[in-house]
Design a protein around this ligand. Sequence first.
Ligand SMILES: N[C@@H](CCC(=O)N[C@@H](CS)C(=O)NCC(=O)O)C(=O)O
Length: 249
Amino acid sequence: MPQPLLIIGSYLSPYVRKALVMLELKGVAYRIDPIVPFYGNDQFAQLSPLRQVPVLLDGELVLNDSSVICQYLEERYPEPRLYPQAIAARARARWLEEYADSRMGQVVIWQLFNQLVIGRAVWAREPDQALLEKTYQHDLPEIFDYLEAQLPVSGAVLGELSIADIAIASFMRNAQFARYQLDATRWPKLAAFVEATLGLPGFAKLGVFERVAARTPIAQQCQALREAGAPISDLSYGRAEPVRGPMSH
Ligand SMILES: N[C@@H](CCC(=O)N[C@@H](CS)C(=O)NCC(=O)O)C(=O)O
C-alpha cells in the first residue's frame, strides 16, 4: 500500500500551514511530524539543507520550501483548483504568496511572533522592545495598508479561493498567536478577510491542533497532539535541543 504523504514541521509555522491547508482542502491523506523549527535531527538536516520547515516526503521524493510544495500539491491533486486558471490572475496569486512569504515572513514571523513567542520558548530570549515598537508602529501598518488595497469588499483576494488567500491568512494567524489585535476600523476589508478565511473548514480544523501546540511545552507536543487526534507520524526527525540553521536570525 502506498505510504501517505508526510509533512515535517510544526502546526504553528505559517509555511507549514500553507501546505496543510492545501492538503485539507484537496482532501489528501497525510501524516505530520510536527517538529518545532530548530529541533530537527541530523537526518532532518539531510532532508532540509536550510534546516527549515516544511519538508514534504512523497515516497522517494523530498521537497523543500512551502511554495514549491504547494505548487507540487496543486499539480499532483488538481481538484479543487487552488491556483487561478487565468494566466494573469495566477501570476498575481503567486506574487501575493511571495509577498506573504517574504515580507510578512520577515515582519509577522521574525519581528513579532519570534520575538514574543519563539524567542522566549526556544532560546529563553527576551523581546527586543525597539524592534517591537517599529513593528507595531510602522512595519505592520505598512503591510496591512498594502493588503487592504488589494482586497475586495468581501470574498477571496482574487475573486476565487487561491494560494494567495491561503498564504496571507496563514501569516495573519501567527499575528493572532502573538496576540496582535487587528484594528477593524482602520483595515475593515482585511479584518473581514481574516475572519472569513480562517473560518474555512481547512483552517478551522487545523486551528484545534494549533491551539494544542501553542499551549503545550515543546517536549510534550507530539504526545498531546496525538491524543487530540492529529495524524502524527510514527517516526520523527526531531531532537531534544534546538540548533540554529544556516538561515536563522
Ligand atoms: N522559504 C521557506 C521558509 C520556511 C521557514 O522560514 N520556516 C521557518 C519556520 S516558520 C524555519 O524553519 N525556521 C528555522 C530556521 O530558519 O532556521 C518556505 O517557504 O518554506
